[in-house]
Ligand binder design. Structure first.
Ligand code: DQA
Length: 207
């Protein structure tokens, strides 16, 4: 396929610029700034798809929370990895985590206003309880992939039921952090996202 001309490149930058819009603020939820990273440079790599990676309750305790089940990586490790994988796949990833059902629902609502293309969600314990969070995803009609670090089917029986799975594009569980990568890869393929090689090199060299 022909490389985009300069005009098109300018066009491609525009979707990112809405990220400065207050609609991008997800209340008191974390954003990528606390990681010392933002998704901003990815837009220069021809990214056209914004992805929300939403983690639910108790996932802020990753690293110390039941490490035999969830591993030793922290939430910051997870979010850094996810942003990097997104960059390589041509996806601009925003990471959010909250312990509050209300904040997660509002993040889903805000994703609609922000033009988010896909959501990767690990609803944590809300997986097994929250009709309201499921309804939020249905209400905004943003396709989503459900991810769990642990293999929920090999644990207590109450974890085998999810309020999300039947509405999800797909479900990944049991692969730890890698599960998020699998989800992003599947999404990138579905969206046909491609990093612009020339501008990706520009980013790396800082030119
Ligand atoms: C989890 C599995 C849930 O059952 C649990 O409540 C979590 C984490 C996972 O990532 O494996 O909080 O979603």
């Amino acid at each position: 396929m022909a490389r985009p001309g300069p005009g098109l490149k300018r066009e491609l930058k525009r979707p990112y610029e809405v990220r400065a819009d207050p609609a991008r603020n997800f209340g008191d939820l974390d954003n990528n700034a606390h990681l010392g990273q933002t998704s901003r440079p990815f837009a220069r790599a021809g990214v056209v798809a914004s992805i929300l990676v939403l983690n639910g309750p108790n996932l802020n305790l990753l690293g110390t929370r039941e490490p035999a089940v969830y591993g030793r990586d922290t939430l910051a490790d997870l979010e850094r990895a996810v942003i990097g994988w997104g960059r390589a796949l041509g996806l601009a990833v925003d990471c959010r985590q909250s312990n509050s059902e209300l904040a997660l629902i509002e993040a889903v609502h805000a994703a609609k206003a922000a033009g988010t293309s896909y959501i990767v969600i690990n609803p944590g314990g809300f997986t097994h309880t929250s009709v309201a969070l499921r309804d939020a995803l249905a209400a905004v009609s943003i396709p989503f992939v459900e991810v769990h670090l642990s293999n929920v089917h090999a644990r207590e029986s109450f974890r085998r039921h999810s309020y999300f799975s039947d509405a999800a594009t797909g479900v990944v569980c049991g692969f730890g952090l890698q599960g998020y990568r699998f989800a992003l890869e599947a999404i990138a393929q579905r969206l046909g996202a491609r990093p612009d090689a020339e501008e990706a090199e520009e980013i790396q060299t800082g030119i």
